[in-house]
Design a binder for this molecule. Structure first.
Ligand SMILES: [Zn+2]
Length: 224
């Protein structure tokens, strides 16, 4: 759940840069783990949801006609591995524009958009720990699958012990990921529920070609 407020101000990815092919690589190496793909997908969807809410809140604050209630526009979101729901006053067309530009901006390096200060607990503790499992791999980076599994276990254990203090870090590094593997599908208006309009933004997984990833890596080392 993300509720619109002011735009992001600080840098949310100070420690490492997301790699375009990180999730593709994970899937190639660890695709045998049940549910891994869904988990990687929901993290990417969650980032797209946050970025979309950011962009929509910019729009709606710029257009008071869309506001209702006592001044504050409240837009909410909820992510699944198939897409995300947007709750609140927004037209399908504005939503479509926002989703597309959110995806472009995230992939182009606007990573702060992936984190929303009012993200709630729509992802269960289990999901957070499971994403910790997945994220442990790039931290540890051994090539051997057994070592990778060990590294994942360590990351999960660390996540469990540190979770209370690291709520916002969990969002930054565990429950969202830059949507390098998402393509936007249908956006459907689901009508009103309890006085708020609801939309669903469908996404699908796109395999990031490994050769493309290697090219990007080369480009990065050349330019940095
Ligand atoms: Zn959220």
């Amino acid at each position: 759940m993300a509720i619109a407020s002011s735009p992001p101000t600080s840098s949310y990815f100070p420690f490492f840069s997301p790699e375009a092919a990180q999730d593709t690589n994970l899937l190639h190496q660890l695709g045998f783990i049940p549910g891994l793909k869904e988990l990687l997908m929901v993290r990417q969807v969650h980032a797209l949801e946050h970025a979309t809410i950011w962009l929509l809140s910019d729009r709606t604050t710029a257009n008071p006609a869309l506001q209702h209630g006592q001044g504050e526009v409240s837009l909410g979101g909820m992510s699944t591995e198939q897409g995300f729901y947007v709750y609140g006053a927004v037209t399908s067309m504005k939503l479509r524009q926002a989703v597309h530009s959110a995806l472009l901006r995230l992939v182009a390096g606007d990573w702060d958009l992936a984190v929303h200060p009012r993200c709630g607990t729509n992802l269960s503790v289990g999901m957070v720990i499971a994403t910790g499992l997945a994220l442990g791999v790039p931290w540890v980076l051994p090539r051997n699958p057994l070592e990778q599994l060990l590294g994942m276990g360590l990351a999960a254990t660390a996540a469990m012990h540190l979770a209370p203090e690291l709520g916002s870090l969990a969002q930054r590094y565990l429950t969202t990921a830059i949507p390098f593997n998402l393509a936007i599908g249908n956006i459907s208006a689901l009508g009103d529920r309890q006085g708020r309009s609801v939309h669903f933004v469908q996404v699908r997984w796109v395999e990031q070609p490994l050769s493309f990833a290697a090219q990007q890596q080369n480009l990065k080392t050349k330019t940095s």
